[in-house]
Design a protein around this ligand. Structure first.
Ligand code: CA
Length: 424
């Protein structure tokens, strides 16, 4: 099926601000609560949310094989499980319906009233029931920085790092959408110069600038996903703040890896931008030396040029952008991550989430965590209000944003905003 929803020349009859992340070429998917307290699957053009369940009920998806209640659900899982053919057909139909030259819905005031909402009338929800969450460690700059801090420059990368996308299984119960505040976690940690651990609120709460991709059903137990098929199982991407408590993490992580320092919260942006919508922004991946094993070798451009930034907003203050990075810096791309994940026969299901790992760029202004930006606390970051940060303070908001842009179109992810409340 052609992907004509991406046509850069198309304009919508809905108002779209020139700098909007959500032009008619984006057509992301999310779940929201309407002013009538109905949970529905929806999309967005400009600052208008579109109720897809209402649109379906009114017959606007005629000709596309969809079950009756596919959009009247509180998660996207069933829609995602319907496979790429369906996602593409639905995006194409939405593009058609909202095209400036199409009067079908545009001239029907009654239907418009049932289908369209201002963004400030709705409440975005977690868009998927996340079955399994896996997090990678796929930025060479990030792995090198962290390795240098903890093991010295000569042993920065572990011997496996250049041969496989290192990852671990996370926990999905603490993944939250934007605008849900979190509590500073408590735990065990070892204070510098002491022998035994202490218990208390973490003193080193950090963000991790990541993106995550959401999959559809891909393989059964025992089967593997070949790398040239991997992308067809990726539904779309979100911004992802993988909150971390560095002091808890440092004390607990040997020998089994991340645990309570990581699983207290991860925040995702609520609109899932489809991989289809990101097609115009493919770029080459960083050159991989040594060449990976054959099952991880790929053809074509498998990375995406997505500008990313993180801002910190202290209470009653203007925000300060503390880093600017890009998804294209990832050493291991999504196709390699998904292929590697299933190479042993591990099943990948609809609604699984795979985090990229912290995305650090090559320069100190593009690092993806406070651990790196303030270099273990040695170089505090100055905020616009004059205060300094080495980690995140109570009542700070952390805001991630991301967008792609070329001469014709800007496709964005909106933002994910999370406030850190004091420990209980
Ligand atoms: Ca992470």
């Amino acid at each position: 099926m052609p992907n004509f929803a991406n046509n850069p020349d198309r304009a919508s009859w809905l108002h779209v601000d020139p700098h909007s992340d959500f032009p008619i070429q984006n057509i992301p998917f999310g779940v929201f609560l309407t002013r009538d307290h109905i949970t529905t699957i929806g999309s967005r053009i400009g600052d208008t949310a579109i109720d897809l369940a209402a649109l379906h009920q009114l017959g606007y998806f005629k000709g596309i094989p969809l079950t009756d209640g596919i959009f009247l659900q509180d998660t996207l899982n069933d829609f995602i499980a319907d496979s790429r053919k369906t996602w593409r057909a639905v995006r194409n139909r939405i593009a058609e319906l909202f095209d400036v030259n199409n009067n079908l819905l545009k001239s029907n005031e009654k239907d418009k009233k049932a289908v369209l909402f201002n963004m400030d009338e709705i409440e975005m929800q977690l868009p998927i029931q996340i079955g399994d969450y896996t997090d990678f460690y796929a930025s060479k700059e990030h792995a090198t920085n962290v390795g240098t801090m903890f093991r010295g420059k000569d042993n920065a990368l572990m011997p496996n790092w250049l041969h496989l996308p290192v990852g671990y299984h996370g926990r999905s119960s603490s993944i939250i959408p934007s605008n849900i505040p979190i509590r500073r976690p408590k735990g065990q940690m070892l204070a510098a110069g002491t022998e035994g651990p202490v218990f208390g609120p973490s003193k080193a709460v950090d963000f991790e600038l990541e993106m995550a991709f959401i999959t559809t059903d891909a393989n059964v137990l025992g089967d593997s996903i070949p790398i040239d098929e991997a992308e067809s199982y990726i539904f779309g991407l979100v911004l992802f703040n993988d909150w971390s408590a560095r002091d808890i993490q440092r004390w607990e992580y040997v020998p089994l890896g991340p645990f309570l320092g990581k699983n207290f919260a991860s925040s995702m942006s609520p609109w899932i931008v489809t991989l289809d919508a990101l097609e115009p922004f493919r770029v080459a991946s960083p050159k991989q030396i040594p060449e990976p094993l054959p099952y991880l070798q790929f053809k074509g451009n498998k990375s995406f040029d997505i500008n990313l930034e993180v801002a910190i907003q202290a209470e009653n203050s203007e925000e300060t952008v503390v880093t600017r990075s890009n998804f294209k810096y990832m050493y291991w791309n999504m196709a390699q991550q998904l292929t590697h994940h299933s190479v042993n026969g591990c099943p990948i299901n609809a609604g699984d989430m795979l985090g990229s790992g912290t995305i650090s760029g090559p320069t100190p202004e593009s690092y993806g965590s406070m651990l790196e930006l303030a270099w273990k606390g040695e170089k505090p970051i100055k905020l616009n209000n004059g205060s300094e940060r080495v980690y995140i303070c109570d009542n700070d908001c952390v805001i991630l944003r991301g967008y792609c842009e070329n001469k014709a179109v800007r496709i964005g992810f909106g933002e994910v905003v999370t406030k850190l409340l004091p420990a209980h």
